[in-house]
Design a protein around this ligand. Sequence first.
Ligand code: TGC
Ligand code: FAD
Length: 404
Amino acid sequence: MLTTAEKEIQKSSKKDLYEAPDYYLMDELLTEEHKLVRNSVRDWVKKEVSPIIEDYAQRAEFPKHLLKGLADIGAFGPTVPIEYGGAGLDYISYGLIMQEIERGDSGIRSTASVQGSLVMYPIYAYGSEDQKKKYLPKLASGEMMGCFGLTEPDHGSDPSAMSSTIKDQGDHFLLNGAKMWISNAPFADIAVVWAKDDQGDIRGMIVERGMEGFSTPETHNKWSLRASATGELVFDNVKIPKENIFPNIKGLKGPLGCLNQARFGIAWGALGAAMDCYDTALRYSKERMQFDKPIGQFQLQQKKLAEMITEITKGQLLVWRLGVLKNENRATAAQISMAKRNSVELALNIAREARQMLGGMGITGEFPIMRHMMNLESVVTYEGTHDIHLLITGMDVTGLNAFK
Ligand code: TGC
Ligand code: FAD
């Protein structure tokens, strides 16, 4: 039986009382446009995501009806120029959008990351003018959804060893192979796929749903990112017209260049999940009474909260500076790796501590913490694992490669 106070806490938790922590007055570093973008996404998440996300996660279903709203708030390709249907925003706006969406759920942010950074970005950066005109406006409006196929069953952290191939047949290529763990695959209309050509060079291409020999079986049984649809991409002699190949890129730097964009968004996004866990635990600590006191009055609980807000604040400063560097085209891939790794690690630690602060209530779907925590187990693995990003930093500072 729940006590009256617990019932009240439960009821209020459904209302989404989120207040973003801003301990170092980071808002003063944002322009009016940044704040406008951030606030409109924050409002949208409160209205559209928070009320439904727990149910969708429990049912392991992707809330497809959110796609139109995501497009309307500019979450698909925010930095892509307006002439191609994007929002033409800067990288700090992009980061803030990802932060607010992931505050709601990492799986919804995944959908936006994939569409903007891993599908629209490569088409914009490596595609022909015809490809840009054909796909970008529809992807920006959500009329068309995409996915990104790099990881294979036998090649995850080491994509350079991929075994998917395209064979030149004169007027087209024949694509064979399989990709695994692909976000959005089950419902995507197109897939940006990376495979090796006859010379062994990695090439990028656009594969369309409906092409003969192309299928996208869904991956079930996930304890993490349950509100995101994940699947495989299977290619059995798929005929790829030559005009679907990206003309302007060859080699692993193609897909890795897209990952820089997405990892940048995750660095901001994971902070959003951390901020939600902290805010939930802080509110709970003031309401939950034990030993005739709010638990927030006990030193051990204050230690947790103080450490959380310290880590969040350091993370906010790091990603803001990274955003400035990215706007100036000076952010290095290694700097992005450091921020992705740092944000996800702090978010996971905060989720685990916040979960404990809620005691038994912390394991329920009445509060968002356990869902964030489970989601973050994917976020710490995809877009380069925690260890891979550490090795990227290690290589950057020593000049020595510890991967191989
Ligand atoms: P390496 O020899 O170091 O580099 C090969 C070429 O690539 C260049 N390069 C980069 N270019 C752009 N951005 C980067 N971040 C780059 N890193 C390297 C490099 O300069 C070189 O260029 P060139 O011109 O000399 O050919 O490559 P390596 O084979 O040793 O691999 C390095 C390593 C391990 C860091 C890389 O393979 C890696 O990052 N592995 C992790 C794989 C990964 O992150 N996969 C993610 C899959 S997508 C995903 O997870 C989506 S989740 C989506 C969601 O739901 O949000
Ligand atoms: P492995 O590469 O097999 O790694 C296993 C362990 O070994 C890890 O701990 C790793 O850090 C460690 N390891 C590997 N190499 C080294 C080394 N040299 N030194 C030290 N340790 C090492 N991929 C896509 O292409 N598109 C997507 O949309 C996509 N979405 C995803 C969604 C979800 C929910 C998940 C879970 C994954 C997704 N991925 C996607 C795949 C993701 O990028 C890979 O899972 C990730 O890159 C790791 O590959 P792996 O799982 O094969 O692990």
